[in-house]
Design a binder for this molecule. Structure first.
Ligand code: ASP
Length: 417
């Protein structure tokens, strides 16, 4: 299995680079629309990954709850996971604020193309419909509780599925005898979903090859050039944050950086090409459990939760983008306003769905909180898809490191007691 996964990662990397080159050739030869003919292959790949999410999250969280053995162990793991999410998200936003103030990419930026009219009609309405900060936090908490678990599953509402599966698992924990038939069915469902994930991973190189061609062939390079300073700021920030995460992983896992990066490679490359932490989740789970040796029950609990609420890359990007917009409009932000950006960018990342482009929509929370013009989103729209690839990779990396972190403390705790 280990050797197979390493080969998968190599094939995915080759496919990604191949897709990137072909996409660029299509773009520069003016044949960008050709990518549309093969795009359905990429779409099918993403749909296959999404197909596994609901049964995998449900069965994994249920089994993790059941195997934890006591509600206290669940509480202890939950506290560690939330503590990790909180600290790393703050560090990410901090990096963002530091770099955007240092590089000032927005000073003198061309506002000629700004405007909400640049957004597609649906996106523009989502952006302006975005609720305020308080309503958003309250909304996330209330919406996490499903009124109908079947509906939550039918609509792939991951946070609601997590809450239901946790409660369901806790009931099984208290009544193991009467729950036995159900536990057996769910345990076998979980194994089957992991096998299905491995099957889908065989298809990953083809899917990723096509997705890369599509993105590269369609992205406007003129926009990339004119927004290069802004993009560089986000990417440098993301790189620094990744180094910080790697440091955390190495210090807790006691393995080399190369071991960790190789182990999680397939998931990072999939995140990069799909721009969706949710679609990548089945692959992240397989990598973390089989390659990095994190205990299954930690991964099963920490990863689905992390994919939904822990988005370091998105938080960093939101802070850079908001301050970039202020600089471009020549609006001076006070220290107090930057602190508000610090808090709202973290919350906007928690509220963002794990799908492509979600961070751009929750940007309006950050802009609204400090009174920046929503139209500013039009300024950064052209390069959002490319930056989404980078931030999603960091989101997934942050989730993977979270499992290492929580697992190492859980091991220490269990050794002591
Ligand atoms: N695409 C990101 C993710 O799935 C969310 C975002 O748009 O920032 O993690």
């Amino acid at each position: 299995m280990l050797e197979g996964n390493k080969k998968d990662a190599q094939r995915i990397a080759i496919a990604m680079i191949g897709g990137l080159i072909i996409g660029l050739i299509l773009y520069f030869t003016g044949k960008g629309e050709w990518a549309g003919y093969i795009k359905p292959v990429g779409t099918v790949f993403i749909r296959l990954l999404k197909m596994v999410i609901v049964p995998l999250v449900f069965s994994s969280i249920f089994m993790a709850m059941f195997n934890l053995g006591t509600p206290e162990a669940l509480g202890s793991m939950g506290r560690k996971a939330v503590g990790y999410y909180f600290v790393t998200t703050c560090v990410a936003v901090f990096f963002g604020i530091i770099f955007v103030n240092l590089f000032s990419p927005g000073v003198g930026a061309d506002l000629g193309t700004a405007g909400l009219d640049k957004l597609s009609a649906t996106m523009a309405s989502k952006v302006s419909e975005q609720k305020g900060l308080y309503e958003t936090i309250l909304g996330v908490l209330i919406d996490a509780v499903p009124s109908n678990p079947v509906k939550a599953m039918a609509e792939s509402t991951v946070l609601q599925i997590i809450v239901f599966s946790m409660l369901f698992g806790v009931v099984a924990l208290y009544h193991p005898k009467s729950s036995e038939p159900v536990i057996n069915v769910i345990a076998s469902l979980e194994k089957m979903m992991l096998s299905l994930t491995h099957g889908i991973m065989k298809f990953a190189p083809v899917g990723i090859f096509v997705l890369m061609i599509d993105v590269m062939a369609k992205t406007g390079f003129t926009a990339i050039v004119s927004l290069s300073k802004y993009m560089a700021t986000v990417i440098v920030g993301l790189l620094c944050h990744s180094l910080f995460l790697l440091f955390v992983a190495v210090s807790r896992h006691k393995k080399s950086p190369a071991f960790i990066l190789k182990g999680i490679g397939s998931a990072l490359l999939t995140a990069f090409s799909t721009s969706s932490s949710a679609a990548t989740l089945p692959i992240t789970m397989a990598c973390v459990e089989e390659e990095l040796g994190v205990r299954k029950d930690t991964a099963k609990f920490v990863l689905p939760l992390g994919a939904t609420i822990n988005m370091d890359g998105t938080a960093l990007y939101e802070s850079v983008a908001a301050i970039f917009i202020a600089q471009a409009y020549n609006i001076d932000l006070s220290v107090g306003q930057q602190i508000v950006i610090f808090m709202t960018a973290s919350l906007a990342a928690i509220g963002a769905a794990a799908i492509p482009g979600a961070g751009l929509i929750t940007m309006s929370i950050v802009l609204g909180a400090v009174g920046l013009p929503l139209e500013g989103i039009g300024l950064i729209l052209a390069v959002d898809r490319v930056l989404d690839m980078f931030r999603t990779t960091v989101n997934v990396f942050g989730d993977a490191v979270g499992t290492i972190f929580v697992d190492s403390f859980m091991k220490d705790e269990q050794n002591v007691s």
